[in-house]
Design a protein. Sequence first.
Lengths: 215, 266
Amino acid sequence: MSRRWFTVKTGHVALTLSLLFWACQGQSSDVSSSPRATPTAEHPKLAAANQQQAAASTSDHSADAVVGRSPGPDSTVDALKVAQRWLDALERKAKPELTSLTQTPFALHDPPDPTGCGNRVASQQEDLADLLQCLLDDGVLIDDLAFELNHPHVPEGVAANDFPRWSKRWRKEIPAGAKPVGFFIYGGGISHEIILVVEGSRVSAFWRGVKFDAH
Amino acid sequence: MASDASDAKIEQYITVMTQMLSTSADEVQGALGLIAAGVREPRTSLGMRLLALRRYLRMGESKVVAQWAWTPEKVAQERASGDVKVLYELAGATQRAFVTNNPGFNLLVSPLRSLAKQVGLWITNGSVREASAKLLEDVRTELSKDLYTLAPTSISILKFRRALSQMTVRPEPKSAAPGTSDHGQGHAVDFVVVQGRHQIAGTETKDIAGKWKRDGWERKLIDAIAACNEQQRKGSTGRVPILSGPLKKPYEPWHWVLCWEDAAQS
């Protein structure tokens, strides 16, 4: 088994454990239908991821308050799963999979060139290819996502009162029923805060704030 | 157009100056070439190359060469069986120990920074862009002096070299000049503490007093590393790889290096 395969799979196991947490809380979830629902031996990193996701599931109720919709645990858990699959597809540069997980209109709020792809919207499927390609061409981001030691990238719901400062101006763009899901990606010399807006089974927005350090 | 002629003159001086470097010419030319290839806007590219060149001159050629980022081939080799493999194994063990001791928190590790990544960080960094724009103007002023002929001479090159290395830059670039990062050779790692998507203790100097010291993350990281190092030493008779640190000057509680210890002496 390659290390890469293992670490990618690890991310799904972490999510699966999170779903089990929901089941234990008496919430309905689709854990039984997950083809990867095969928890492995206890791993401290996974346990931490599990706890973080459990917390995320709770805090995400607040995110629903942002968008004015009564929360449902299924959609919350699914949103985390969708966001993780989307980011995983980006990391693997799997463009067809990434496209199928992306909804139009798709909004990109990224730092301006040369750091990122800027603020853009793909209204139609035809515009989406260019926009996603810009993200796929971001070598720094893709390399940082792919660094195995920092896997799994744990998704966390973004509560209404917990949006990063750089993202607040776009908060009002989140449509009713959509769920913002956040990630922190550390790259050494740079860190990326990512928020994916999940609508149903697809991602409708990618927001990113980056911070450089001097080392 | 006067400004274009001036840009051409700056280009000429950069080219000749890098050709005149003795031991670091290949490294510097390679990095400046990557910056030029990565930045579309000519003047931004020019400023960013000048800023990098200034940094190389200030470091000195021997230090530039000694510290230069590994090639992708060297990185692949080291990751498969060299010190980087060992370093990452120790970092991974530290992560696991840290997570066990601090439930709900995670410890992230800095990846090795290839030259391509260092160039990427350089050309995308706002502070570099700002500093290089200002430096370009200063260089333009300097090279407009009569002593700098359009075709550089050895004397004008020497004068420009001194002038460039002494120019002040503002703001201080928040990125190492491409090729010269401490993390380009996989001897060191930085650790940051996160909780979910929140960074709790990062690699900024302003975090040291409060987050690392007062909140106790420095001690927690030291404890996790000490436990891993002890595990390494157990039953070993030869040379034992351990993480040593944190970096003392400048003080960075997140920065640790790979060391080989003689088990008999430990």
